[in-house]
Design a protein around this ligand. Structure first.
Ligand code: BGC
Ligand code: MG
Length: 545
């Protein structure tokens, strides 16, 4: 691994507007102590890799004390590190070392629900119906003669009813797993607690927060039925997510919470930011989470649902850029994350999927705004589709048969045998097994390998950092192109960069945009023009001044 001179953090408070953020799924990134589980010291060891890759910031999924029912999105202590991942001291050392390398740190905050092992919830169970302890959560009596039916028809995102009944007869709400009880955000103690948690991590130098289920904290008064549920329609309520109104999501009052968080972020120096994982019915409603008195960003998730077609990509890009104009903040782009099938597989898997994923990376990284990469996409990792059921750990798997484990398989770093350098030398453990095909995809196998996906990402990120046309915030200009081809230009005063993506069925001749600076597949030159193969993208630049 090359170690170059550390670059200090820039003082730019608006760094997040055009940043490339690398999502670290902590459990699966790098294991320093050989227990088969990724940890904070594993991240520390790999910081030079991330700096050399050319990203600006890391987003770490939850590493807090947790019984790990939902991979740490069930937090039992918001102010400590789970021993599985290390210590608070390791975290502090990681922040210092990351900052010295010019990398910022974003942590995940999970305010919608706690773990059922959180001291507040255990106290609530012990204290009984009607107690002050229960008021911090959403406990309710059931319907029916003896309260034997749930208080309403809400369904868990992970499948099944969103209510669980206790032996004392009361029910409690959990929009996710029963081990993730929802907090009552109308309770002042809940609000005060999370403001304090934000300060706790800001005091430790974090540069931002990713807010989990940011649209979920406030539930409609009276907890009204949805009226659309698996019982009445045979279709899951979660199908309405992001498409229709749900009484437990995107309630107007949720914005009061963010209006109280923003001054806290702004009171710290250096541009501390927050990005919402929010789902709303319309772009206009999603836009309400963003602004000078609320949050800095909300993920634009539409790429996750886009298919490999010019229409689909154009629609996603135009919608996201229009949203960005509404709120006056650049958009965020996401091709993959820890909750979705990896895009190599979504685009067709195997050779074809990989070719398309590489092209999609050049498409995304040429767009204005902030790009979120998910660990392993720079290696072209596919979804692992054949994990044995008994190894799957996603709580949704038991309830719905759908599992997110296939995108959470530990990263291959080096070597001939699984888990490919995930742990220290000689360690054979990894909490999920890596497939044999990943030997050729490891970081070591791809480093300095011309044409590898890793070198493609490195090259694209280097150009993204240095090319004047990509440094400019603002829009893109769509160029006329053959059917099946997307072409757009970014322009600075004296330079232009054109991104051309061939989604069609035949190679296309590209001429007039200047010299190719990076391509996802080999180009052939013919009479001053370049032939761009199928399922490929390239960037061309020229001076215009
Ligand atoms: C996270 C998931 C998690 C859920 C519940 C999500 O949006 O990204 O991984 O299961 O919130 O906390
Ligand atoms: Mg470990």
């Amino acid at each position: 691994m090359t170690v170059s001179t550390p670059s200090p953090l820039t003082s730019d408070a608006d760094w997040w507007r055009s940043a490339v953020v690398y999502q670290v799924y902590v459990r699966s990134f790098a294991d320093s102590n050989g227990d088969g589980i990724g940890d904070l010291n594993g991240i520390r060891e790999r910081l030079p890799y991330l700096r050399d890759l050319g990203v600006d910031a890391l987003w770490l999924t939850p590493f807090y004390t947790s019984p790990m029912v939902d991979g740490g999105y069930d937090v039992a202590d918001y102010r400590d590190v789970d021993p599985m991942f290390g210590t608070l001291g390791d975290f502090e050392a990681m922040v210092t070392e990351a900052h010295a390398l010019g990398l910022r740190i974003i942590v995940d905050i999970v305010p919608n629900h706690t773990s059922d092992r959180h001291p507040w919830f255990t106290a609530a169970l012990a204290a009984g119906p009607g107690s002050a302890e229960r008021a911090r959560y959403l406990f309710a009596d059931g319907k029916g003669e003896n309260g034997e039916q749930p208080p309403n028809d809400w369904e868990s995102i992970f499948g099944g009813p969103a209510w669980t009944r206790l032996p004392d007869g009361q029910w409690y709400l959990h929009l996710f797993d029963p081990a993730q009880p929802d907090l009552n955000w109308r309770h002042p103690e809940v609000r005060a607690e999370f403001e304090d948690i934000l300060r706790f991590w800001l005091d430790r130098g974090v540069d931002g927060f990713r807010i989990d289920v940011a649209h979920g904290m406030i539930k409609a008064e009276g907890l009204p039925d949805v009226g659309f549920n698996s019982m009445t329609t045979g279709r899951r309520q979660s199908e309405l997510l992001g498409k229709g109104r749900l009484p437990y999501f995107d309630q107007d009052e949720v914005h009061d919470i963010y209006r109280s968080w923003r001054p806290i972020l702004d009171s710290y120096p250096g541009g501390r930011m927050a990005v919402a994982e929010a789902w709303a019915e319309t772009p206009q409603r999603l836009a309400r989470y963003i602004g000078p008195d609320e949050l800095h960003q909300a993920f634009s998730f539409d790429f996750l649902d886009a298919t490999w077609s010019t229409d689909s990509f154009r629609k996603v890009i135009d919608t996201a850029l229009a949203e960005a104009t509404i709120v006056g903040a650049p958009t965020t782009w996401v091709l993959s994350n820890h909750d979705r099938q990896r895009h190599v597989t979504r685009y067709g898997d195997g050779e074809v999927g990989l070719r398309r994923a590489r092209a999609a990376a050049l498409l995304m990284l040429a767009l204005p705004g902030c790009a979120y990469l998910y660990q392993g996409e720079e290696l072209g990792l596919p979804e692992v589709l054949d994990l044995p059921d008994e190894l799957r750990q996603d709580p949704a798997f038991l309830r719905t048969g759908e599992s997110r484990d296939g995108c959470r398989v530990p990263i291959p770093w080096s070597g001939e045998l699984a888990p490919y350098g995930f742990g220290p030398a000689g360690s054979e453990l990894s909490w999920l097994p890596a497939p044999a095909t990943w030997r050729a995809l490891s970081v070591a196998a791809q480093t300095d390998e011309p044409g590898s996906t890793l070198e493609l990402y490195r090259a694209a990120l280097r150009i993204r950092r240095t090319h004047p046309a990509l440094a400019v915030l603002g829009g893109i200009t769509w160029l006329e192109s053959d059917p099946g081809v997307l072409a757009f230009r970014r322009a600075a005063r004296d330079a232009a960069l054109t991104c051309v993506v061939n989604i069609g069925e035949t190679p296309v001749m590209v001429a007039g945009y200047g010299e190719p600076v990076v391509a996802s597949a080999a180009l052939t030159e013919q009479d001053g023009a370049h032939l761009l193969p199928v399922d490929a993208a390239a960037w061309f630049t020229r001076h215009t001044g």
